[in-house]
Write a protein that binds this ligand. Structure first.
Ligand SMILES: CC(C)(COP(=O)(O)OP(=O)(O)OC[C@H]1O[C@@H](n2cnc3c(N)ncnc32)[C@H](O)[C@@H]1OP(=O)(O)O)[C@@H](O)C(=O)NCCC(=O)NCCS
Length: 443
């Protein structure tokens, strides 16, 4: 799961006008956190005791990289040993498997996330995953409805539907991890995402229940490893990446407090600085079509194989994840004379709600997905990605510093975000690695 990391560093400060309101809100949020027994400082100390995570097959936060005998699964079990019944929940709550093909249920998931999912540290923005996006993210080839786990709260009012109050999801993925002693280890893992709990139920240890229950449902199907990301530090990241932001609509970004005018810069100068041409610059770049997918899939798998953590796509999976879907995922290719794809870039659409802003409701953000450049430079390819995103009216283009992204981040005028995105493996020890060895993007 990506984490909205809006920088509050020198380059990306909120405006003073909004600061007071934010501070009041923050004080209120801190009060709630204290009421729940953990304040911000305590929560961000990764060495603190973890009542839940200390019981799980994950390395301790300060553990050294594993020795060769320690590499691999931390715990090995047989499906017969897995508890058949769901974990018990308090009386008023019960487990459900959410049906994302059902419009009503999809809307319930959408609303839970829309109102309660990830916010930036200053509570100014909250992810707004669209329904179409959620269907895309949750229904890849071989998905299991059972891994879309919800918690409902029994309604006290007769006839009223039981409210969806918490959610967590898993999807299967073929993932490769670099080990020191056994080379690349490739297997089906569960990619965990969309952990979310209704705000009124925070601090009640519901998250560990969700994680345990999704783990049980994954284990029942003989899958024992998972990969997930989080903005917070838990035991123990395998890699730590950072978000960078490229302004496409600086005026709006400044107006909503996402970024601020740099010292000695006027709005006009800033707009000029971030202006991009109207049309892409690379010859032959165009939207990917079905006919391109076979060679594009080979190109991407080949490229990804150089990283320490990466997905391995079957053709069906590649088509699923990379074929364009309006308002969800855009993919562009360049081909040679024979029609073989030589270069590929993609970004997905993930807007954020701008909380309490009278002028704008939504920040339209594009997120860099998978990019491979073989006949053009990655800088030039990503410059075209920015232009194409601008054509689609995105306000900002976000990218992590993973894969080869660091090479274009500065040149293309990305600004650094203010938080990290940690990558984690569940029940698998391997040496940690740098962002530029990370080849997996989770939505
Ligand atoms: C994430 C969320 C479900 C956690 O719920 P909560 O009520 O704050 O926490 P709970 O009391 O239920 O559980 C606390 C435990 O969950 C763990 N936890 C909290 N957030 C977590 C995360 N993102 N991933 C994994 N574990 C997490 C805590 O570390 C703690 O375990 P520990 O004592 O072993 O350290 C909730 O804060 C939320 O919905 N936040 C908004 C959405 C969000 O940030 N989702 C995660 C995206 S990465």
């Amino acid at each position: 799961m990506p984490f909205l990391t809006i920088s509050t560093g020198s380059q990306w400060k909120q405006t003073d006008a909004k600061k007071k309101a934010r501070e009041d809100k923050q004080a209120e949020a801190d009060k709630i956190r204290k009421l729940h027994g953990y304040d911000r400082k305590e929560k961000s100390d990764p060495n603190r005791p973890h009542d839940f995570w200390d019981t799980q097959p994950v390395p301790k936060f300060d553990a050294a990289d594993p020795t060769s005998s320690e590499e691999g699964p931390m715990e090995e079990k047989h499906v017969d040993e897995v508890q058949k019944e769901p974990y018990a929940l308090p009386n008023d709550f019960y487990w459900v498997s959410m049906e994302v093909t059902d419009e009503e249920e999809l809307k319930e998931i959408y609303t839970l996330l829309y109102e309660n999912y990830v916010e930036d540290d200053d509570n100014m923005f909250r992810f707004d995953y669209s329904r179409e996006f959620l269907q895309w993210a949750l229904m890849p080839p071989g998905y299991h409805k059972d891994w879309h786990v919800g918690v409902r709260m029994k309604s006290k009012k007769p006839g009223k539907k039981d409210k969806l109050v918490a959610f967590i999801t898993g999807i299967p993925a073929d993932v490769a991890v670099q080990t020191a002693s056994r080379g690349k280890h490739q297997q089906i893992m569960c990619e965990v995402n969309f952990l979310c709990c209704w705000k009124k139920l925070r601090g009640k240890r519901l998250a560990p229940m969700l994680i345990k229950e999704v783990t049980r449902r994954v284990n029942v199907l003989d899958v024992w490893q998972a990969v997930y990301t989080a903005g917070i530090e838990l035991p123990k990241p395998i890699s730590t990446c950072r978000y960078y932001h490229r302004s496409l609509n600086p005026k709006k970004l400044i107006s909503v407090g996402f970024s601020r005018l740099a010292p000695r810069m006027t709005m006009k100068m800033t707009q000029k600085l971030y202006a991009v041409p109207k049309e892409p610059q690379l010859k032959g770049i165009r939207t990917m079509e079905m006919k391109d997918t076979e060679s594009a899939c080979d190109l991407l798998n080949d490229y990804l194989s150089k990283f320490s953590l990466h997905p391995v796509f079957s053709l069906a999976e590649f088509q699923y994840w990379m074929m364009p879907r309006e308002g969800v995922i855009n993919t562009y290719v360049i081909t040679d004379e024979s029609g073989k794809v030589t270069d590929l870039c993609g970004f997905y659409t993930l807007p954020s709600t701008i909380i309490g802003n009278p002028e704008y409701n939504t920040l339209k953000a594009a997120y860099s997905y998978y990019n491979v450049a073989s006949t053009v430079s990655l800088d030039d390819l990503m410059y075209d990605a920015l232009i194409l995103a601008k054509q689609l009216d995105f306000d900002v283009f976000n990218a992590l510093d993973l894969m080869d992204n660091a090479s274009f981040i500065e040149k293309l005028k990305f600004g650094i975000g203010d938080g990290n995105l940690q990558y984690y493996l569940y029940n698998f020890r391997a040496p940690s690695f740098n962002p530029n060895q990370t080849g997996l993007v989770l939505l």
